[in-house]
Design a protein around this ligand. Structure first.
Ligand SMILES: N[C@@H](CCC(=O)N[C@@H](CS)C(=O)NCC(=O)O)C(=O)O
Length: 222
């Protein structure tokens, strides 16, 4: 791919991918227009992420990838941090207040490294194959409940209108897609009242709405 010819940033995304979704929200909140490149993670051949061309862009064979400023970035959290530090448009996603910034990153990391990896497509495929469907349900219940309980506990000290005080931050960008995934796996979000109330608040924000799976070009009925 010729990196110098890209007029707009390009996002490689899958409508259901929670990590791509985080970046979609960030791009919307920063008012950055971008080109959407769909990567079907679940196609019959095993997934577009394993294609040769895609693997050259991301050797870890995952979305999202963002091409911006002629640079290929992977990993949703560093992508969001790059956008926030280089683009002054739209909302600031990480506070200048060091405590708030650290708190937002803590919640983001609990989700990014403590929940999402356990529900990732390749992990679930393997659990299905090696342990069967019953074990998969038990596995997902355990890790999702453990992770969301951690977030709910952290929120007791950090929550305002959103995850950290009254400003939308990185933590909120991670929370919304994670809660959607948990609901798909039949986790009762009613057990997490603080999380639930933040989700209701964020439902009213158009940048979040635009990033929903059903509003993406590759959306298929789930
Ligand atoms: N830590 C990475 C995780 C990326 C990731 O796991 N992406 C998932 C979708 S949310 C994926 O592409 N999975 C492909 C697979 O499991 O084969 C990030 O935040 O970007």
């Amino acid at each position: 791919m010729n990196l110098t010819k890209q007029a707009k940033p390009v996002l490689w995304s899958f409508y259901l991918s929670s990590c791509s979704w985080r970046v979609r929200i960030a791009l919307n909140l920063k008012n950055i227009d971008y080109e959407y490149k769909a990567v079907d993670l679940l196609n019959k051949k095993g997934g577009d992420q394993f294609n040769k061309e895609f693997t050259k862009l991301n050797p870890k064979q995952e979305v999202p990838i963002l091409l911006i400023d002629n640079i290929i970035f992977t990993q949703s959290i560093p992508i969001i941090e790059y956008l926030d530090s280089t683009r002054k448009t739209g909302l600031k996603l990480l506070s200048d207040d060091v405590v708030k910034r650290a708190r937002s990153r803590i919640i983001a990391q609990v989700i990014n490294s403590g929940i999402q990896p356990y529900q990732n497509a390749n992990v679930i495929k393997r659990i299905n194959k090696e342990m069967g469907k019953e074990k998969r349900i038990e596995w997902l219940n355990f890790y999702l409940n453990k992770g969301l309980t951690t977030v709910e506990t952290l929120l007791k000290d950090t929550k305002g209108r959103y995850c950290v005080g009254d400003e939308i931050s990185l933590a909120d960008l991670c929370l919304v897609p994670q809660v959607f995934a948990a609901k798909r796996y039949k986790i009762d979000i009613g057990n997490f009242p603080l999380i639930n109330s933040i989700i209701l608040e964020l439902d009213n924000v158009s940048a979040f709405h635009k990033a929903l799976p059903e509003n993406q070009p590759d959306f298929l009925k789930i």
